[in-house]
Design a protein around this ligand. Structure first.
Ligand code: ASP
Ligand code: MG
Length: 403
């Protein structure tokens, strides 16, 4: 009998009626002859509400206690779902992350899974039980509760699927799958039937927040196929797996966008190779993730250095830059009215001229590009925030990604 791991997000278990719908769906899978492990998130906006509640007590709560608190959200949904399945007359057991053998490191609020000891899950499956595992949480080797960062249930599900050698990890959500662009921005966006791990990793990191990027990393490392699909329909969604290059006929798979970034520019900086290294080392020490980087004006004595950081890191980045600047005569500018638009596709590796087409599509709409960054399978452009949705549509049209 094959094992299937099904992950249900917060919106799929938001209320009792939805929990009963999920229970029926799990039971149907069992009736089809599969063993099912379901990984569940906290109901609806529970995690947000718990974070909010902590803030009414303390501005800076200890991270260990945060995890103790946040882990309760998933404990509610696993027990309720188990009750709903029991009411349908099927054997079922719910397990917390600790009981499910999810062992993590000690980085509270963003712990990483070190190992999945699947003995207990296997024992319950062998007894004929449906197993419900709490997503997003784990336990350290010294028995402290941890959480895996926002959206972490995806990673739990994929790690459990890998440990069990499951046939597939199904991620149930409130959309039909992965689209060529955000359907709210691009009405002609199309559901992608299959996408390679590396493309999905780019899409997930570039603002198409359907999956926690780490879940995709774990899936790729273990070759676990992921099926992203809607919990409200029976339609096939998007399969994420290794796609052989002969199957790649198109150069661009999707357009992603991210308006959660700000651009910081340092001008009149001495044109000195050390500048790059000390600016970015200082930012790294503060755990600030820098995204796009461009350095200009290398011919003269002075140069400009531009980079982007996430909006929530703005203050910390400016503070860090001010510290290393000291009383030197640099100018520091911060532009919040920017957004990043990216085209992603593994087919780019073998099809030249993709970046050129993106630039002319943007140029055709008079959209300026401030910074460009590329990898083998993506081209990202930083554009004015006021024009980014139009930029997404222009790229989507240029590569004929729509219906
Ligand atoms: N409940 C957690 C969150 O809201 C984990 C998850 O949903 O995957 O981030
Ligand atoms: Mg999620």
């Amino acid at each position: 009998m094959a094992i299937i791991v099904q992950k249900y997000g917060g919106s799929s278990v938001a209320d009792s009626e939805k929990i009963r719908t999920v229970a029926r769906r799990i039971v149907r899978t069992v009736q089809e002859g599969q063993k099912v492990v379901a990984v569940v998130s906290a109901q609806g906006k529970t995690t947000d509400a718990l974070i909010e509640q902590a803030r009414t007590i303390s501005k800076d709560p200890p991270k260990r206690e945060m995890d103790m608190l946040l882990a309760t959200g998933e404990q509610i949904s696993i027990s309720l779902l188990a009750m709903a399945i029991d009411a349908l007359g099927y054997p079922v057991i719910s397990l917390t992350g600790a009981q499910g053998g999810i062992v993590t490191d000690t980085q509270y609020t963003k712990a990483r899974i070190r190992a999945v000891d699947s003995a207990r899950i296997k024992k319950e499956l062998d007894k004929g039980c449906i197993v419900i595992v709490a997503g997003f949480q784990g336990i350290t080797s010294s028995n402290d509760i941890t959480t895996l960062g926002r959206g972490g249930s995806d990673t739990t599900a994929v790690a459990v699927a890998a440990a069990l050698g499951a046939e597939v990890c199904e991620i149930y959500t409130d959309v039909e799958g992965v689209y060529t662009a955000n359907p709210r921005m691009v009405p002609t966006a199309r559901k992608i039937s299959q996408v390679d791990y590396c493309e999905m990793l780019e899409l997930a990191s570039l603002g198409a927040i359907i999956l926690q990027p780490r879940a995709v990393e774990v899936a790729a490392a273990h070759g676990v196929p992921i099926h992203v699909r809607s919990s409200f329909s029976q339609e096939t969604g998007t399969i994420i797996k290794e796609v052989k290059s002969v199957e790649r006929v198109i150069s661009v798979t999707g357009v992603a966008s991210d308006d959660n970034c700000v651009k910081i520019t340092l001008t009149d900086v001495p044109n000195d190779v050390n500048v790059l290294s000390y600016v970015f080392s200082a930012l790294a020490e503060e755990a600030i993730n820098v995204d796009m980087i461009v350095q200009t004006g290398t011919a003269g004595r002075v140069t400009a250095l531009t980079f982007t950081v996430a909006r929530e890191d703005r203050e910390a980045a400016l503070r860090t830059v001010a510290k290393i600047k000291g009383d030197q005569q640099w100018q520091v500018l911060c532009d919040e009215e920017v957004a990043k638009v990216s085209i992603v596709g593994a087919g780019m590796m073998t099809n030249p001229g993709v970046a050129a087409r993106m630039f002319s599509a943007l140029n055709g709409k008079n959209i300026p590009v401030f910074v460009v960054s590329t990898s083998e399978i993506k081209v990202s452009c930083l554009v004015p925030r006021s024009a980014y949705q139009e930029a997404v549509r222009a790229c989507h049209d240029e590569f004929s990604l729509g219906e």
